[in-house]
Design a protein around this ligand. Sequence first.
Ligand code: ATP
Ligand code: MG
Length: 489
Amino acid sequence: MARHTSILIVDDEEIMREILETLLSREGYSVRTAASGAEGIELAKSIPFDAAILDVMMPGMDGMAVLNELKKLDDDLPVIMITAFASVENAIAAMKRGAFDYITKPFKNDEVLVVIRNAVERRQLIAENTALKQNLQAQTQNFAGIIGRSPKMKQVFDLIIQAAPSRSTILITGESGTGKELVARAIHTHSSRPDKAFVTVNSGNLPPELLESTLFGHVKGAFTGAVYPKKGLCDMADKGTIFFDEIGNIPLETQAKLLRVIQEREFMRLGGMETIKVDVRIIAATNCDLRQMMEAGRFREDLYYRLHVINVYLPPLRQRKEDIPILAQHFLVKYGEENNKRALELAPEALDLLMDYHWPGNVRELENVIERAVVLATGPRIGGDLIPDQVRTAPAFQIPKFVVPPEGISFKDVITSVEKRLIESTLEAAGGVQKRAAELLGIKPTTLNEMIKRYEIGARRSRRPTGADDEDPASAAASYDGDETLKSS
Ligand SMILES: Nc1ncnc2c1ncn2[C@@H]1O[C@H](COP(=O)(O)OP(=O)(O)OP(=O)(O)O)[C@@H](O)[C@H]1O
Ligand SMILES: [Mg+2]
């Protein structure tokens, strides 16, 4: 245990340094000595020590002062004070200031060795404890390779832990780039079958027949070119997990067959008659709104409900910005290693830019931005200049995605409701001041006022208490304050 354990001795008397050095070296400690406090501190700055022995009475900087300085460098360093018998009080004062123990002169060799051993043991305990704590922290911020510390991601981790061991079907939803595939893999690793296959089906844009033969295999002669019988992905995933990525892209015909796999755990080969049993865990992912697709008749209702047994929703990155710094750090290390650039550092102004951006491409986009910055970096520091334009000049405004129902929709109604929403949001941003809102929208205040009246846009509780809180919003239409011209018009 004494191997590689390093001890610092600070004493102005040469004979004392020699006695202690001989004693401790013989025990296998590696010993460094200093003849003055200042010299001892210099040493401690350049070499990490496991314990230190300080003489209290020294000319110049005394032991107490050295103790203070050493503690500033390393608060956990056990420091042992050596005092003349007469100054035990001093030693006690030193203990109060954080010294580990003290020895009075003259001392016995064994006494010194016991104290040092205790000190080193405690030092190791503290070190182990710290490592343990760091590990625990790492575990909660990095769950099976999913980085996150936001409460929203912690919930996701909890849900994975709860749901993974069962065989229930899991649907993972979330915008593109939020980590759905990562989560699917994490579920598999935490399942009761982590050593079995994890098979991904990219439901993508394969024509139905090809998709089905990929999934279920086919018999000889099932279609032109099917010269040999072939097994499918469902066979490969037996006893393991099958992951349907982009389940929303699966054509209706195939959906029925998939339903059978989920319900009965069985399927038939393309062109075949025989029923094949499989034991698979099914995980599906999508970034579409399946409910909307179902209502539009593009997704089977029964399949929808079968998939929805357990839903893991991954929130967009802009709704969990506290994850951005640790994700950025994670990718910095990852791409730093790949590119042989270690110890890279993200400058505060670069991180600010990352924090302000709305990340429509979510974690994938962040990963790409960091990878690019790492590749382009010429020094250890990644400054704002390495952050691409799209991130720095990010428009905070996003047009919502429209999904037109199959029965069609009135163009006028849509435009009207968009206009109404836009005005409401702008008024909110302008604190209810119509003139300011009109400026923000680049329209004339009179035009805005007309629209507010036409759409019967109500005043939300504005910054000035008006006592009109219980007023019907419609009747308060004209009560936006702060715009004298309009009020008198
Ligand atoms: N929380 C995270 N921690 C670490 N890496 C992440 C995290 N989320 C996503 N990533 C990384 O971002 C990239 C995109 O993630 P993934 O492919 O899982 O997203 P997705 O939701 O499946 O996207 P899409 O809908 O476009 O398929 C991957 O490289 C993934 O490793
Ligand atoms: Mg994906």
